[in-house]
Write a protein that binds this ligand. Structure first.
Ligand SMILES: NC(=O)c1ccc[n+]([C@@H]2O[C@H](COP(=O)([O-])OP(=O)(O)OC[C@H]3O[C@@H](n4cnc5c(N)ncnc54)[C@H](OP(=O)(O)O)[C@@H]3O)[C@@H](O)[C@H]2O)c1
Length: 312
């Protein structure tokens, strides 16, 4: 990831025009509200599978009606689409913001980049091969792509604290807790934390092993839990080994996104915990990415790196 040369960093005179995908989802709705509330941004378009038809396609009743959302957006002058290609063809957005799923996000992000539109995505569960492909497309197109598994500034600080603390401890484990509709496990944040901690504990961090790839449940199913028919082995009960750091995933309704990192040495432990109790916690990071990514070329995958690039 690089900043563009000074000639390309002049502030844009107009409000940045944002196109959002997955807008009937939990995060998509937050993005719609946050972009509409930002004076320097304009939500020019919104894409949802559910737009243009009467059905809700199994939407969780707690997140409200997509048809009501579509009507509200239209009355506010926001163009609505069920098809991203159509939206990219009709609008000339400055940035695409995507919070969808690991199945559709790669296609959406490639389409936007290929159409000359920088992208911001918080969709998790994208594996290293997908990210490498998006990096290549972004670099080839000379565009920025911010694909960041956790946009919370608090979670970013947690990662910094983890890096600071890790050299002083012998071992660490991570417990990540999320709502029961989250499709991937472990969370992208937990994987990134495990990598950071493992490196600082002096362990080897070779290329991503199979065991550290996020597991994504198919369709709308919540990730399965292994049924124990015989006595479990010790290893089976000790979480997923990510570079030697056990990661334990909890999925329960009522939770949003929570990460607990426990360090241990002889006779002492240190616990660093972060709780996103509302999805609004992700929006300052998302808006920072929206404002920064048009000035960048290539892929950035951590909020800390993005914050540093925004300051540069
Ligand atoms: N980076 C972060 O800080 C952060 C924070 C929280 C969550 N996340 C991640 O953000 C993503 C979305 O989370 P969420 O809680 O908003 O999930 P959600 O409520 O299930 O919403 C996801 C939306 O994506 C769209 N979508 C899903 N499957 C699709 C498909 N096959 N084709 C087209 N569109 C599809 C749908 O929107 P439409 O019906 O409107 O198209 C759906 O409502 C997840 O990957 C989650 O882990 C990231």
């Amino acid at each position: 990831m690089t900043s563009k040369p000074p000639g390309n960093t002049a502030p844009l005179a107009h409000r940045l025009r944002v196109l959002a995908t997955g807008v009937s989802g939990r995060m998509g709705r937050q993005v719609v509200a946050a972009v509409r509330a930002a004076p320097d941004l304009e939500l020019c378009g919104a894409v949802s599978r559910s737009f243009g038809g009467p059905t809700e396609r199994g939407r969780d009743a707690s997140v409200g009606s997509a048809s009501a959302l579509e009507a509200e957006l239209r009355s506010a002058g926001v163009r609505t689409f069920s098809d991203l290609a159509e939206a990219l063809g009709d609008l000339d957005p400055d940035v695409l913001v995507d919070f969808t799923s690991a199945e559709v996000a790669p296609g959406y992000l490639h389409s936007a980049l290929s159409a000359g539109v920088p992208v911001v995505s918080g969709t998790t569960g994208l594996d290293e091969t997908v990210l490498a492909g998006l990096r290549e497309t972004a670099e080839r197109m000379g565009l920025g792509a911010a694909i960041i598994p956790n946009f919370s500034l608090g979670a970013m600080v947690m990662a910094i604290l983890a890096r600071t603390a890790a050299p002083y401890f012998k071992a660490a484990e991570i417990v990540e807790l999320h709502h029961d509709r989250k499709k991937d496990a472990p969370s992208g944040t937990a994987l990134a934390l495990a990598r950071t901690v493992a490196a600082s504990l002096g362990k080897q961090t070779p290329n991503e092993p199979e065991s550290a790839a996020p597991l994504v449940a198919a369709g709308d199913e919540r990730p399965p839990v292994r049924e124990v028919k015989t006595a479990p082995t010790h290893a089976e009960a000790r979480g997923l080994d990510v570079h030697g750091v056990p990661v334990h995933s909890v999925r329960l309704s009522g939770l949003v996104a929570h990460h607990e990192l426990i360090f241990a040495s002889d006779g002492e432990t240190l616990t660093v915990r972060h709780d996103s109790v509302s999805r609004s916690s992700f929006m300052p990071g998302v808006l920072l990415a929206v404002r920064t990514v048009p000035r960048l070329t290539g892929l950035v995958t951590s909020l800390e790196e993005l914050v540093n690039l925004a300051r540069a």
